[in-house]
Structures are given as structure tokens and as C-alpha cells.
Design a protein around this ligand. Structure first.
Ligand SMILES: [Zn+2]
Length: 299
């Protein structure tokens, strides 16, 4: 009997006093459980295929560059629990980078309350999103936040050496709803004169997604929308094709250091270099985007 069948069995049980009285859990026991849960994350690999569990269990700690140990357990299908040994490792995994496994996005959730996994929602993930074709008048941190808000919740706006946005594009870290199609452009009336400016949105560390409907979690060939699936056309000219994939920041100057955030919180010019790691394990190609090096990039 698997975990889903057990959960269904419990849900359908009619319990009576004959099944034993309700016991209140001792506070000190609960406290230990809460402390352990504070080091825990739950993750779901967003794909309509079953992931290679053996490869995942063996490699995810190395992909995340966990420093003080990690235990991983399969919950069901592509959902896993991660028990970290340090709060620093947990914070690094939760806040840094956009994580993928075999090209599929890993969405992480923080258990709360009793930590019921069935109550967790794996809806949102952080992405670095670039905004290209931005007129100079829009190259400010505040407008970056406004434009990012047109897509979803802005976490942080990247700024250059001047602490303003002076590069070739705006770069915003934001929380994206993975259940809706990716947005590939913004239409903005900059001067409020009726003239539309179209700004293009490449995503950094973009996982596998459907070039036809723009959703994460299935391939273009397996799009569940039959109308879109039947349409002819190559990958490059589909609406959510290769143009959605951003290249990393330019002029990276490698500098070894401890782990940090891609978007530096104190607005200095030091950033983590996004690092892609690919390994072969069985029939799975394991790709991670995280950071092992720090770098400084200029525009
Ligand atoms: Zn699709």
C-alpha cells in the first residue's frame, strides 16, 4: 500500500471511542518536532514524467552544494522531503538560484503548522527575469519594480554599480506562478501618448517548458492542449520558444567565495555567478543552476 492509498484509507475511516481516546501531545515533544521541521523543506519536481528517483536522491545534495548534510525522502510521485542539518543550507536552497533536475523545475515549499504535506502548494518559484528593449527613460530601479509587477511579485530589482539600472536590460528577481503560461513580453505606454512599447522578457535558468502554450511541466510534444499540439511549426518560431531563455550576465569575473544570493541584498556590485552543472546518471541528465562561485559583472 503506497502513501496515497494509506491517506485515502485514513480519510474514509469512521473512528469511534473503541479506537482509543484522543491523547494530547506533550509540549516538549511537540517543540522538538517544530525545531526539526524548521530545518525541513518539501519539494516537487514539476514534470508529467516520473523522475529518476535513484539519481535524484543521489545527486540533489551535491547539486545544492549542501555543506552540513541532508536527508531526502520520497513522499509520493515527484514530491520529496528534505531535512537539512543547518539553517544556512536550508536558506541557501530556498533563496538562491532556480533549481532544476533533468531540466524540470523543482518547486520548494516551507511546511507550516503541523506540516501536513497535503496542504502544501507548489505554485511559485523564484526566477531571474530580464527585460529587454527597455527605453532609457525606463532604466530606473522604481520602473524596474513597476515592470516586474506587471508579471508577478517582485522580490528584488538588480542594480548596477551606480545603484541604478544603467545596463542594456533590466534584471528583476521575481516569484512566478508556475501553473500559468510564462509571459514573454510587456506592453507599456511609456509616455502616456498612446504609443505602445513592447519589452521582451527572457528568463534566466529557464526549465523545460512547452514552446506552444508557455507552461512549465510538459514538453512541446506532450502539450495537453490538442489544438496547439496539432499546429505546425518549428521550435524557434513558436510563441514561447528559445527567445524566452536568457543568457547570463556578461563580463563575469570569477571570484571564489562562500555561497550567496544572485541578487545582492545590500545593492553592492558583487553577485553570484549562476553556474550550470550537468551530470549523467543512468538515463537522466541532471542539470542544476546554482552557484559555486561569486562573480562581479558590469554592464
Ligand atoms: Zn503546452
Amino acid at each position: 500500500m503506497n502513501s496515497e492509498e494509506i491517506a485515502m484509507l485514513c480519510a474514509n475511516m469512521s473512528l469511534t471511542e473503541k479506537d482509543g481516546p484522543v491523547q494530547r501531545l506533550h509540549t516538549d515533544l511537540r517543540t522538538v518536532g517544530i525545531q526539526r521541521m524548521a530545518l525541513c523543506l518539501v519539494g516537487k519536481v514539476i514534470t508529467n514524467k516520473m523522475v529518476n528517483r535513484e539519481a535524484f536522491l543521489g545527486l540533489i545534495g551535491r547539486i545544492w552544494q549542501v555543506e552540513e548534510g541532508l536527508e531526502v525522502e520520497v513522499v509520493r510521485h515527484n514530491i520529496f522531503t528534505f531535512h537539512f542539518h543547518s539553517i544556512g543550507d536550508r536558506r541557501h536552497v530556498l533563496e538562491d538560484g532556480t533549481w532544476t533536475f533533468d531540466g524540470a523545475l523543482i518547486v520548494l515549499a516551507e511546511p507550516a503548522g503541523k506540516g501536513a504535506i497535503e496542504d502544501l502548494r507548489f505554485d511559485c518559484s523564484k526566477f531571474g527575469v530580464q527585460t529587454h528593449c527597455v527605453p532609457l527613460v525606463c532604466m530606473t530601479k522604481e520602473i524596474g519594480r513597476f515592470l516586474g509587477g506587471m508579471v508577478r511579485e517582485v522580490v528584488e530589482v538588480d542594480v548596477g554599480k551606480s545603484r541604478e539600472c544603467s545596463g542594456k536590460f533590466l534584471r528583476v528577481r521575481m516569484r512566478i506562478d508556475v501553473n500559468i503560461p510564462l509571459r514573454w513580453c510587456l506592453r507599456v505606454d511609456v509616455m502616456r501618448d498612446g504609443e505602445e512599447t513592447v519589452m521582451v522578457l527572457p528568463y534566466e535558468c529557464l526549465p523545460n517548458h512547452c514552446f506552444r502554450c508557455g507552461r512549465i511541466g510538459h514538453s512541446t510534444q506532450n502539450c495537453p492542449n490538442p489544438t496547439l499540439r496539432m499546429e505546425a511549426g518549428g521550435g524557434e518560431d513558436l510563441p514561447f520558444g528559445a527567445s524566452l531563455r536568457a543568457f547570463g550576465p556578461e563580463k563575469l569575473v570569477g571570484q571564489k567565495g562562500r555561497r550567496g544570493n544572485n541578487f545582492n541584498r545590500n545593492s553592492s556590485v558583487r553577485y553570484a555567478q549562476e553556474k550550470t552543472v550537468e551530470r549523467k546518471c543512468g538515463d537522466a541528465t541532471v542539470t542544476s543552476v546554482g552557484r559555486g562561485e561569486h562573480g562581479v559583472f558590469g554592464y
